[in-house]
Ligand binder design. Structure first.
Ligand code: SAM
Length: 343
């Protein structure tokens, strides 16, 4: 997941660093489809990919990221109390940067209040919205245009965190918001963050979680809700988007979702697993070439983990993170965690 570095002035007068381009993403789509795979990041690429996510996020049947915005709004004062003045904010998978705007507004106010008490040196807040979608980075920059923060957008993969971190001022509040944390293997994402944060940095992420263990009544009902949400027509269309974009129609495939236990170092975890089953012979042509599908082909897709709060705590502990502050919605189905690497 490497790319060229290009500096742009694409959004007002803000700097944007482009580490991946659209052509490379189209090639990845082609290579993946030839292997009958469609990893989730390919659902978000290009202008259409940005619209694809925003449509899903606005849909009544898929309130996952929106509910996490609500939880953030309810707890923002308390969260900001734990963020030292002058800390930079990095947010990967930033989308349109709505949650980041909520945090930055409060951080700016806190900074200003401290500056007025203390006539000392001013500490600017640096903000780095990062996403694989260049339009999302533009939207996130636009969202904070009138805030007095130093902005630098980066178009790049979270997987390239060692490269991304060359661009930011330390210390950072490193954020993964909108339930994006759950789209990665827990050991992979926590290792990546642990290895690339410095002492003094903070890590904040949010997650849509299961309120109870498998056997409990609330656990059972939450699992049914998860299956309903992720099997909705809106989510099915979201997952078909790249194929629809290149000319296939919804009647060409079935979207199937499983919600099953998988093994992990802390015991069994729930995870969705998605596939598209091809219903008739067809082909699509992308920039790099044509991909043929046969009736009965199965395209393997990404997944989302659904942890309980205790499972998240166990993973953070195993990877050497101390939880500074945790926030749980009343029904225990959403959480925001602010953590620090153990020194
Ligand atoms: C579920 S959306 C969340 C958006 C936003 N944080 C929110 O809360 O609404 C995931 C975001 O991550 C971006 N994304 C997906 N895979 C990525 C990757 N490998 N590296 C960086 N960003 C990625 C997508 O383009 C999208 O904007």
């Amino acid at each position: 997941m490497q790319g060229k570095v290009r500096l742009g002035q694409d959004s007002g007068n803000e700097k944007k660093i482009v580490l991946i381009d659209e052509k490379a993403l189209e090639e990845k789509l082609y290579e993946n489809l030839k292997r009958k795979e469609l990893p989730d990041y390919l659902l978000y690429t290009g202008f259409g990919g940005a619209r694809n996510w925003l449509n899903l996020d606005e849909s009544r049947t898929f309130p996952v990221a929106r509910k996490l915005t609500g939880l953030l709004e309810e707890n923002i004062d308390s969260i900001v109390n734990f963020i030292p003045t002058g800390m930079s904010m990095v947010s990967v998978g930033v989308g349109k940067g709505e949650k980041e705007r909520i945090i930055l507004e409060k951080l700016v106010r806190k900074n200003e209040a401290e500056e007025s008490c203390d006539a000392g040196e001013k500490k600017p807040i640096h903000y780095y919205p990062i996403d694989i979608n260049t339009q999302m980075v533009d939207m996130a920059l636009e969202n904070v245009q009138n805030l007095p923060v130093e902005k630098k957008g980066i178009v790049g993969f979270i997987e390239n965190m060692p490269l991304l971190k060359n661009h930011w001022h330390l210390p950072v509040l490193f954020c993964i918001l909108g339930n994006t944390f759950c789209n990665y293997e827990p050991d992979f994402i926590l290792k990546l963050v642990e290895e690339n944060l410095e002492s003094g940095d903070l890590f904040m992420f949010d997650a849509h979680i299961l309120p109870g263990q498998s056997g409990s009544e609330e656990g059972r009902s939450a699992r049914n809700t998860v299956i309903g949400t992720y099997s909705s027509r809106e989510n099915a269309l979201f997952n078909m988007y790249p194929l629809l974009h290149y000319g296939m129609v919804p009647e060409d495939f079935d979207f199937e979702l499983l919600f099953k236990h998988v093994h992990s170092r802390i015991g069994p975890l729930y995870r969705t697993r998605k596939t598209l089953s091809i219903l008739r012979d067809t082909e699509i042509t992308l920039g790099p070439g044509t991909v043929k599908f046969k009736e009965g082909d199965i395209i393997r897709m990404g997944f989302t983990y659904k942890y309980t709060f205790d499972q998240l705590t166990a993973f953070l502990d195993a990877w050497g993170f101390d939880i500074l502050r945790k926030f749980l919605s009343e029904d225990r189905t959403n959480t925001i965690i602010l953590a620090r690497k153990r020194t």
